[in-house]
Design a protein around this ligand. Structure first.
Ligand SMILES: [Zn+2]
Length: 167
């Protein structure tokens, strides 16, 4: 998914976002996307809607801030990659797999949006820079997760996708 990395990098460069942590909500606002929290059902993390010229992101008020950041970044991925497609309702993984109505195309779009979110919140250039500063390899995931304000599992997944495998 190299082109997704490029899309995320282009956006960060365009907005001149180069300091940690990346703020996905500010990112959305700069793209004129409304961002709101709401009391969504507890199996829904976020919703992305395009209505004519207007786009908005709704995220679940009850989830952790780390989760909310990832959700907003994921919905931004739908905006950048799949804008013409309309409405996305993002359920938690369990619910997604239970829903057999999901077509292969939908699953692909979700994977793309996740890849975009990871690339946006954990840019390769910043990972490469920060990882060099950590001497204790046992602490790498924890320290980077704190620094980038993402979950440890998201960071761990990102590092292995970038080819870092030393624990
Ligand atoms: Zn989605």
């Amino acid at each position: 998914m190299r082109y997704i990395e490029e899309k995320a990098e282009d956006l960060l460069n365009k907005l001149r976002f180069n300091k940690l942590p990346i703020d996905p909500e500010l990112c959305a606002k700069k793209l004129n996307i409304r961002v709101e929290d709401s009391e969504l059902d507890d199996d829904i993390s976020g919703i992305f809607v395009v209505e004519g010229d207007e786009s908005y992101i709704i995220y679940n008020r009850f989830e952790s801030s780390v989760r909310q950041r990832f959700t907003i970044a994921h919905e931004l991925g739908h905006f950048i990659l799949h804008k013409s497609s309309g409405v996305f309702v993002d359920r938690k993984p369990k619910a997604l797999y239970r829903n057999s109505a999901s077509t292969t195309g939908e699953v692909l779009k979700e994977r793309e949006a996740n890849a975009f979110a990871a690339a946006l919140l954990m840019p390769k250039s910043l990972i490469d820079k920060e990882i060099k500063k950590i001497t204790d390899t046992e602490e790498i995931v924890d320290k980077l997760a704190d620094l980038f304000v993402v979950s440890k599992s998201a960071m761990s997944f990102r590092l292995s996708n970038l080819g870092y495998e030393f624990w």
